[in-house]
Design a protein around this ligand. Structure first.
Ligand code: WTA
Length: 655
């Protein structure tokens, strides 16, 4: 079971098992293994191999995380308590320490030679680009933090950020954190209803948006969507608008102010002290779809979160001083929060951010970026790989991708076919793929290979250092080899969510009651006889569409908000590129005729309310929906029917 670091470099080749049915291992290049950050740490700690280090770190997780909290980040006031379990499951990490994530992301960097290092290379599909050194980013963040203060934003306030993938989204998030305010970022691909419910729940008085963003050569009308959302969210007093597209947008006197005008005022001084906060001070909330009802604002804190993010990025993606990191996610999702905005800066890395579609204007756009900036570590989602695979190998093959040394995948299980293509065509059989399983809730990677791990396509391999993951049955007992079960985490970890904003009961109910005292992730998984984890998928009403996390309840409520719809149910069905696609079942109001035009109208309506990513693939008009006796829609039955599978236990089905 142990990882054999002496294994010969058989990169991209199958292990010589001589047996067709033997598991397929891809061994990492020896040089990568020997020079890896994780190997250096294992050696320092006196372990023969990384697997021995990992086992020690799980058993001694508090000691391990305390070591990381000391090495990876700086504290104003060091912590003396590692983990406080007195109010479990409301765990607290390093809670008597004083820190601020921006101190580690920016302030400490500009005191070293990294001051003049490039922090961010930004490029848009429109062809424009900008580069920021750590110093330049630091100054911008200071200025904007002062602007926020002048707008009355205080420690503990929530600021909603609804921006495209432009440097200002980073600046805005960091500026909030710097002054101890919480950011609540709403993904720029969401629309009116999604934005409105999130503003309402967070009670943000200040909102930051842009006149628009670019995607596939078209303008996304962020300001217009904001105006519409604010009509129903009167709590917003100030809207700061970044000029991105330059097209005309209405500005409301007394409420809307241009970002560039504010940044030119004397209030926007480039000097701003970072506010020391307690380790458990909330850093942000990020809304995510759960089993029922409205999205939950998951809360992350300043201390533990940054320790988790920096540690995982250091060991999994092996970030070194001369790397060029590119996470192709959107900062509006947790992947972007952890591995665009915070992780790379804390490690002092150089990174690329790209605004736009991977295929604009041609399907070589990403490979062209890798080549031009010499990207060394690249992180994306299986859906993007599958989408680009369709255009064939010729597109990546036209580019010199030899700068790459590690690849990553996140968001959903990666099918082995996509894995092999990514490995062979993009990584030239030379770049191990870090298939990272984690969640908005977990803040940082939980199950993931590291550069020394022999890989199996489609498996996230083993838990990260200090993470105690397991697969259990409904009773909480360990599942057998290759037996499907629930994916759980048995010990707390620093980057874990702390609560659901304004709803601590929901935190307990959602994550800690299914199996008492274990964190249940909401995923099913199995572990093979090598101890490798294989995540199967969600077991709740969350649908992963192109890696984006959507709740059936949100899609259903968007449908029901249409005047012709009486009732609706949404399920996810497999889709070749998107992983899952949303299929819906709609009962129309009395007297309304079903038609193709109406189906199209409903799809467009969901797009308008929720955002293009939530658009259903299909609308099925039905006259009834399978329900439990207590009136809950049985989506499981709809799904089985659609897939032609047995319908399972129907004992609770309404007569
Ligand atoms: C799924 C994204 C398999 C899983 C970081 C999880 C994955 C949900 C993987 C969280 C992976 C994420 N392999 N499944 N490597 N990564 N998932 O909150 O179902 O948007 O529970 O966080 O994505 O989605 P979220």
């Amino acid at each position: 079971m142990s990882e054999n670091h002496a294994a010969p470099s058989t990169v991209g080749q199958l292990s010589a098992h001589g047996d067709e049915s033997a598991p397929e291992f891809y061994h990492p290049p020896e040089e990568l293994v020997n020079n890896s950050n994780i190997m250096a740490y294992a050696r320092e700690k006196g372990f023969a191999d990384v697997e021995a280090l990992r086992q020690w770190s799980v058993e001694n997780y508090q000691e391990f995380w305390a070591d990381m909290a000391t090495r990876m980040v700086d504290w104003y006031q060091p912590f003396t308590t590692v983990l406080d379990e007195s109010a479990a499951p409301f765990y607290q990490w390093f809670n008597d320490g004083s820190i601020n994530i921006v101190h580690n992301a920016l302030d400490r960097q500009v005191k070293t030679w990294r001051k003049n290092k490039v922090a961010l290379i930004w490029e848009s599909e429109q062809g424009d680009n900008k580069t920021f050194t750590y110093w330049q980013l630091y100054k911008r963040v200071n200025k904007f933090a002062n602007v926020l203060k002048a707008m009355g934003v205080k420690n503990g306030d929530r600021v909603t950020i609804y921006l495209p993938r432009i440097p200002e989204i980073m600046i805005a998030m960091l500026a909030c954190a710097k002054i101890g305010a919480m950011h609540s970022v709403v993904y720029g691909g969401f629309s009116v209803e999604a934005l409105q419910t999130r503003i309402q729940d967070a009670q943000s008085r200040v909102l930051i948006t842009a006149d628009g963003g670019f995607l596939n050569g078209k303008i996304v009308e962020l300001k217009k969507i904001t105006d519409e959302a604010i009509k129903h969210s009167p709590v917003v007093e100030t809207v700061i608008v970044v000029k991105r597209t330059g097209h005309d947008v209405p500005m409301e006197q007394g409420r809307d102010i241009w970002y560039h005008e504010l940044m030119a005022l004397p209030i926007a001084s480039p000097k701003c002290e970072t506010e020391p906060v307690g380790a458990e001070h909330p850093l942000y909330m990020l809304y995510t779809s759960g089993t029922t009802g409205t999205p939950k604002g998951l809360v992350h804190t300043h201390g533990g979160y940054q320790v988790g993010v920096a540690t995982t990025m250091h060991f999994t993606f092996d970030i070194k001083e001369d790397d060029v990191w590119w996470c192709a996610a959107d900062p509006g999702w947790v992947t972007g929060h952890s591995y665009i905005v915070y992780g790379p800066l804390i490690l002092g890395a150089t990174q690329v951010m790209y605004e736009g579609a991977p295929t604009f204007p041609y399907p070589n756009r990403w490979w062209n970026i890798v080549e031009r900036y010499g990207v060394t570590v690249f992180y994306t989602a299986p859906t993007a790989i599958r989408g680009l695979m369709r255009f064939g190998e010729a597109w990546p093959s036209r580019h010199d991708l030899s700068s790459l040394r590690l690849l990553g995948s996140v968001g959903e299980p990666i099918n082995p076919e996509a894995w092999r293509w990514y490995h062979r065509v993009v990584g030239k059989n030379n770049c191990p793929i870090m298939d990272t399983w984690w969640q908005t809730e977990t803040g940082a990677f939980m199950i993931t290979p590291n550069p020394t791990t022999p890989l199996k396509p489609g498996s996230g391999t083993r838990p990260f250092l200090g993470i105690d993951a397991a697969v259990v049955n409904e009773q909480g007992e360990p599942a057998g080899d290759d037996e499907d079960g629930l994916l759980v985490i048995k010990k707390p970890w620093p980057a874990m969510l702390r609560t659901v904003y304004n709803n601590p009961d929901r935190y307990i109910e959602q994550y800690w009651t299914k199996i008492p005292n274990l964190y249940t992730a909401g995923d099913s998984a199995r572990q093979d006889d090598d101890g490798y984890f294989w995540v199967i998928g969600r077991i709740d009403d969350v649908i992963k569409v192109s890696g984006y996390r959507l709740g059936t309840a949100e899609v259903e409520s968007a449908l029901v908000s249409h005047h012709d719809v009486a009732e609706a149910a949404a399920i996810g069905l497999p889709h070749e590129v998107k992983g899952n696609a949303i299929h819906t079942f709609v009962i129309l109001k009395n007297g309304v005729e079903a038609s193709e035009d109406l189906a199209d109208e409903l799809i467009a309506h969901v797009g308008k309310m929720m955002g293009p990513i939530a658009k259903p693939e299909a609308i099925n008009f039905v006259t009834s929906l399978p329900k439990t006796r207590s009136g809950k829609i049985m989506r499981r039955v709809l799904k089985s029917r659609a897939l032609g599978l047995p319908e399972g236990d129907l004992s609770t089905l309404e007569a």
